[in-house]
Design a protein around this ligand. Structure first.
Ligand SMILES: NC(=O)c1ccc[n+]([C@@H]2O[C@H](COP(=O)([O-])OP(=O)(O)OC[C@H]3O[C@@H](n4cnc5c(N)ncnc54)[C@H](OP(=O)(O)O)[C@@H]3O)[C@@H](O)[C@H]2O)c1
Length: 237
């Protein structure tokens, strides 16, 4: 029987690309997200062999019911996030800080906790941080601190949850619907501008991050790492 992978956030962007790749590699894939229409659209792309469920991972009651409904599985990938979050400290509001933490760091950790009852005892967890954890550009105080939290958590959980393996990927600018908060007319320019001066010099594709996630799912001797997939953005000053 092929291995089973649950992708929370698998209805869009990097999660959706990961679902497609792992489906093509023969995994039985379950994708989850909050929005039923987005889920339906993702399942049209993914085809009948992929299972989909709605889930708000910020709600512990929903998480418990979700994993009870899914049953035993081998690998957990958590790509969920809040969108946006670029602000200087002076413009930062309490509400924005809470929105981002409650949209990424908190539900990622709650998802891992809720999965432990049904995730294989030597299975894997892959979280998604971001290169903002490494950068010092103005405006990244919320994104950087939230993603540093996710990436630190992945290392700590690798020790705490062993023999389950826990890793994270740390993407740079990736062309996904995450960027929908930028007005459409300026979006291409914003993505390209954000990559100016990076070694690879262009936005990444969700498939390029999915490829790294698949490596972390499959490599049974890799745990406690944060794998950059950022076109070298962390090297740019
Ligand atoms: N795109 C980039 O440039 C970039 C750069 C660095 C890091 N990343 C990170 O990469 C990861 C994937 O990002 P992406 O670009 O693929 O974003 P995306 O296209 O916005 O996808 C996010 C997914 O998470 C789901 N989701 C959000 N909140 C959820 C919740 N509470 N419960 C369940 N599902 C939830 C969304 O579906 P619903 O909204 O329907 O729930 C969607 O399927 C994120 O952690 C992001 O921070 C992205």
């Amino acid at each position: 029987m092929s291995e089973r992978v649950v992708i929370v956030g698998g209805t869009s962007g990097i999660g959706l690309a990961t679902a497609e790749l792992l489906r093509d590699r023969g995994y039985r894939v379950v994708v989850a997200g909050r929005n039923a229409e987005r889920l339906e659209a993702a399942l049209k792309v993914l085809g009948e062999e992929v299972e989909g469920r709605t889930l708000d991972a910020s709600d512990e009651g929903q998480l418990t019911a979700f994993f009870a409904g899914v049953g035993p599985f081998d690998h957990l990938v958590v790509t969920l996030t809040a969108r946006g979050g670029v602000t200087s400290l002076l413009d930062l509001t309490d509400a924005e800080l809470r929105r981002h933490s409650e949209g990424k760091l908190i539900p990622q950790l709650l998802t891992v906790k809720a999965a432990l009852g049904t995730l294989r005892a030597d299975g894997s967890v892959t979280l998604v941080g971001a290169v903002s954890s490494q950068l010092s550009a103005a405006g990244l105080v919320v994104l950087g601190s939230s993603n540093a939290g996710v990436e630190a958590a992945s290392r700590i959980l690798a020790a705490e949850l062993a023999p389950r393996r826990v890793n994270a990927v740390s993407p740079g600018v990736i062309d996904t619907p995450w960027w929908d908060w930028v007005p459409e007319e300026g979006r291409d320019g914003a993505l390209t501008g954000a990559c100016a001066g990076t070694p690879v010099g262009r936005p990444g594709r969700p498939e390029e991050v999915a490829h790294a996630i698949a490596f972390l799912v499959e490599n049974t001797y890799t745990t406690g790492i944060v794998l950059p997939v950022d076109g070298g953005a962390r090297l740019a000053s």
